[in-house]
Design a binder for this molecule. Structure first.
Ligand code: ARG
Ligand code: ZN
Ligand code: CA
Length: 242
């Protein structure tokens, strides 16, 4: 890489109602959040009383809005079976998925805010899917997921991060500097919240890879940073983005 990694983002917007056809301004506000959150420039990065302040990461990846593709549909919700990524199922095929991050904006349904494909999968379905109501910070963005953190979380998965609780009780997220959690946290947990896992560590509920509300999550750890960057190394599964 010559300098900082820059990821072009293609938004694929599928809408039935005009409110689902979210504005360029709302899409740009999402890009702005990604740039803040991945560069330690988010306004809540220095939240006081963070027991993990010494391992907060500046990931150092930039995002740039490359293109917006829009398509009208009769579907009320798309689910999580990747139909939104396929023109032969009424969706939108990805644009250059080996060099651009494809981001589908649609109504998912079932209480799902978003989902992502991990590295190593088919390029035809590569990218992230995030509901229009949880994209960006203006327009239709809806509290408590109105600060663009669903995309920060899903892009974390796209860069190979697991949930901080390792998807099981006191599970392993494959990152050594994140503590074990009993399970997902919701809302905004109290300062000092501990897990009952071995060693009763303070939980890192302010991490983007927990399920905390948007206003309660504000950091990646240094260990998560190295796991993400390795995906883009010369031998990594997303080396084509370099
Ligand atoms: N994959 C998670 C879900 O769909 C996203 C969680 C995002 N959390 C947030 N605070 N925005 O439920
Ligand atoms: Zn997740
Ligand atoms: Ca860990």
């Amino acid at each position: 890489v010559n300098g900082v990694l820059e990821i072009p983002v293609v938004f694929n917007v599928l809408y039935r109602s005009s409110s689902e056809n979210i504005s360029q301004s709302q899409l740009q506000s999402q890009i702005d959040v990604l740039n803040k959150d991945f560069n330690a420039q988010n306004s809540d990065f220095n939240t006081p009383n963070n027991p993990y302040s010494s391992i907060r990461a500046n990931v150092g990846i930039r995002f740039v809005l490359d293109k917006v593709v829009r398509k009208r549909t009769n579907k009320r919700s798309w689910g999580t079976n990747d139909a939104m990524k396929k023109s032969n199922r009424g969706g939108i095929d990805p644009t250059s998925p080996t060099t651009k991050l494809n981001y589908w904006v649609c109504t998912i349904g079932g209480g799902i805010l978003g989902y992502a494909q991990f590295p190593g999968g088919s390029s035809a379905t590569d990218g992230v899917v995030i509901d229009s109501k949880y994209t960006g910070t203006n327009g239709t963005a809806s509290y408590p997921f109105n600060l663009g953190r669903t995309a920060t979380h899903e892009v974390g998965h796209w860069m190979n991060l697991r949930h901080i609780w390792g998807d099981s009780t006191c599970g392993n997220d494959q990152v050594s500097d994140t503590p074990t959690h009993n399970t997902a946290n919701y809302g905004v947990p109290s300062v000092g919240h501990r897990s009952t896992c071995s060693g009763t560590p303070l939980e890192m509920y302010m991490n983007y890879m927990d399920y905390t509300d948007d206003r309660g999550m504000y950091m990646f750890s240094n260990g998560q940073k190295s796991r993400m960057l390795s995906v883009f190394s010369t031998s990594g599964p997303r080396a084509s983005f370099r």
